[in-house]
Ligand binder design. Structure first.
Ligand SMILES: Nc1ncnc2c1ncn2[C@@H]1O[C@H](COP(=O)(O)OP(=O)(O)OP(=O)(O)O)[C@@H](O)[C@H]1O
Ligand SMILES: [Mg+2]
Length: 239
C-alpha cells in the first residue's frame, strides 16, 4: 500500500516557488485503483513522481508498504523503485529494436546481480504477462509494427514485470481513441485485481469510474473532491 500524509511539493519558479502538491493525504490499498483527475497543471503527475520516489517532498510523509520513502538514500530509493514500484508514463517509450517480448525480458537485465540465473523465470513471466494484456500473438513484433493501443499494453506489462506492489499510471489513454482508451483502463483494473497492486491512475476517462475504489480530483495542488466507491454507488442508486 502507498500512503501520502500531508505531502507538499514545491518547484523553483524564478525567485519564488510554485506549489505543485499542497498538503495532500491519500492512501491506495492493495488490489484497488485510486483514480486522480483534475485540470492540467493541478499536480497529478507531480503526485505520481513523489510516489515513484523520483522527487522528494518539501514536507509530509510517503510510506510505501510501511517504508518511509523520504528517509532513503538515492541508492535505496532506486532499489525500492525497482523492486516495488511499476511506472507507466503517458508515452510508451519502447525500445525500437526490441520485440514486444524483449521489451519485458530486458527489465530483468537492469540494475541487479544474478540476471543470468533469473532469465528462465523472467522469460516465463514475460510470456505470461504479455498474454494477460492480450498480446500473446504479437510477442515477436517490434514497436513500429504495433498499434498505439498495443504499445501502451506493452508499457503496462513492462511496468508489472518485476511484480511491483505499487502501480503508478499517468494518463495512459491520451493518445488513444475512446474505445481503445477504455480497453487500456479495463486492463489496468484487471491487472490491479489479479496482481494485487495498489494502483494510482491519472485519467479523465470516465468509462470505468464505477469499478474504482476512489476517484479524487486535484485543483491547484490540493485534493478538492474525493468520492469513495460506496458513496458513488449509493448516489447512483438514488437516480
Ligand atoms: N520540473 C518542474 N519545474 C517547475 N515547475 C514544474 C515542474 N513540473 C511541474 N511544474 C509545475 O507544477 C504544477 C503541477 O504540474 P503537473 O505536471 O504535476 O500537473 P498535471 O496535473 O500533471 O498536469 P497535466 O494534466 O497537464 O499533465 C504546474 O504548475 C507545473 O507548471
Ligand atoms: Mg501530468
Amino acid at each position: 500500500m502507498i500512503e501520502f500524509s500531508d505531502v507538499t511539493l514545491t518547484y523553483p519558479d524564478g525567485s519564488n516557488r510554485v506549489t505543485a502538491v499542497n498538503q495532500v493525504s491519500l492512501t491506495a490499498v492493495a488490489g484497488t485503483v485510486t483514480c486522480i483527475t483534475g485540470p492540467s497543471g493541478s499536480g497529478k503527475s507531480s503526485l505520481l513522481a513523489l510516489g515513484a520516489t523520483l522527487i522528494q517532498p518539501d514536507s509530509g510523509r510517503i510510506l510505501i508498504n510501511g517504508t518511509d520513502a523520504g528517509g532513503l538514500s538515492t541508492k535505496d530509493a532506486s532499489a525500492l523503485r525497482r523492486e516495488q514500484v511499476g511506472i507507466v508514463f503517458q508515452q510508451a517509450n519502447l525500445l525500437p529494436s526490441l520485440t514486444a517480448l524483449e521489451q519485458l525480458t530486458v527489465m530483468n537485465e537492469l540494475g541487479t546481480q544474478g540476471a543470468r540465473a533469473r532469465r528462465p523465470a523472467a522469460g516465463r513471466r514475460a510470456t505470461e504477462i504479455l498474454a494477460t494484456v492480450g498480446l500473446a500473438d504479437q510477442a515477436h513484433k517490434r514497436p513500429h509494427q504495433l498499434s498505439g493501443g498495443q504499445r501502451q499494453r506493452i508499457n503496462i506489462a513492462r511496468a508489472l514485470m518485476n511484480r511491483p506492489s505499487i502501480l503508478l499510471v499517468d494518463e495512459p489513454t491520451s493518445s488513444l481513441d475512446q474505445e481503445r482508451g477504455s480497453q487500456i483502463i479495463d486492463i489496468v483494473l484487471d491487472l490491479t485485481a489479479s496482481e494485487g497492486t495498489s494502483t494510482l491512475l491519472v485519467t479523465h476517462d470516465t468509462s470505468h469510474f464505477a469499478r474504482m475504489e476512489r476517484v479524487v480530483e486535484m485543483m491547484d495542488g490540493r485534493l478538492v473532491d474525493t468520492h469513495a466507491r460506496a458513496a458513488r454507488s449509493a448516489k447512483s442508486d438514488e437516480t
